[in-house]
Design a protein around this ligand. Structure first.
Ligand code: UDP
Ligand code: MN
Length: 241
């Protein structure tokens, strides 16, 4: 039996949301033994997303947990997707006994081969992420097949300077560390979460052909303000005819 991949996607309302989740959902449709956890950054599950998710025909869970207001208003960079990822971790702790957890943001791009790679994660696996930071790539550095360091354009004194998309963990490791969590600290979510799981460098399982292939990209959708179209009689009549 294939281990199930629990694919955790934090998401938030903006006009690109349905487009992002449609593209992602249609990627995930290709993957066997996958459970999609869509974690809304809203007080309640968005009805629009609730209506979208069944269309993909894949197993999913839709939960909601908004970013606490204090993190939106204290002038610091907000910790994006933390409250909702935490809720997904709590759901996993309550309902899941085995499998592999991966944090897949709604705007990233995933090669189908990535799923074959992460499915075999025993403790924690790591692999390169493309289109990230000023170096254009973030990756573990290997020597004789072992991870000995990291190539990342923003080390920031992190022990594990990796992107959210650059690692997967076995459910067992999460269950064995009941206090492991993601901090509300922008830029340090990955490092602190991985450290809270008690991970040592020697635990890291390199994937993607010894970290020589890019199977996930940190793509970002250009943010545009909503169009400011004045609805005139003329426009309405175009729709009418
Ligand atoms: N996100 C969220 N709430 C927010 C902003 C972002 O849940 O207020 C989600 C977003 O949908 C994505 C993830 O958190 O899945 C990372 O956010 P984003 O892609 O904006 O960050 P970046 O890729 O620029 O670091
Ligand atoms: Mn993103």
């Amino acid at each position: 039996d294939l281990p199930t991949i629990y694919f955790v996607t934090p998401t938030y309302p903006r006009r690109e949301q349905v487009a992002e989740l449609t593209r992602l959902g249609q990627t995930l449709m290709h993957i066997p033994a996958l459970h999609w956890i869509v974690a809304d950054d809203t007080p309640e599950c968005s009805p629009m997303i609730s209506a979208l998710l069944p269309k993909f025909g894949i197993p999913y869970t839709h939960i909601a947990s908004p970013m606490p207001q204090i993190y939106r208003s204290n002038n610091a960079i907000p910790p994006r997707g933390v409250s909702n990822r935490r809720a997904a971790l709590a759901w996993i702790r309550s309902y899941v006994k085995s499998g592999v957890v991966y944090f897949g943001d709604d705007d990233n791009t995933f090669d189908l081969k990535l799923f074959d790679e992460i499915r075999g994660t025993k403790k924690i696996s790591m692999f390169p992420v493309g289109l990230i930071g000023s170096y254009g790539i973030s990756s573990p550095v290997l020597r004789k097949g072992n991870v000995i360091g990291f190539f990342d354009s923003w080390p920031a004194k992190r022990k594990f300077p990796v992107d959210m998309a650059g690692f997967a963990v076995n459910v067992d490791l999460i269950l064995k560390h009941p206090n492991a969590t993601m901090p509300y600290k922008a830029g340090y979510e990955e490092d602190r979460f991985i450290s809270s799981l008690g991970v040592k460098m020697s635990d890291i399982e390199p994937k993607a052909n010894n970290c020589s292939e890019i199977l996930v990209w940190h793509t970002q959708t250009l943010k545009k303000p909503p169009p400011t179209v004045k609805v005139t009689m003329e426009l309405l009549s175009i729709v009418d005819t």
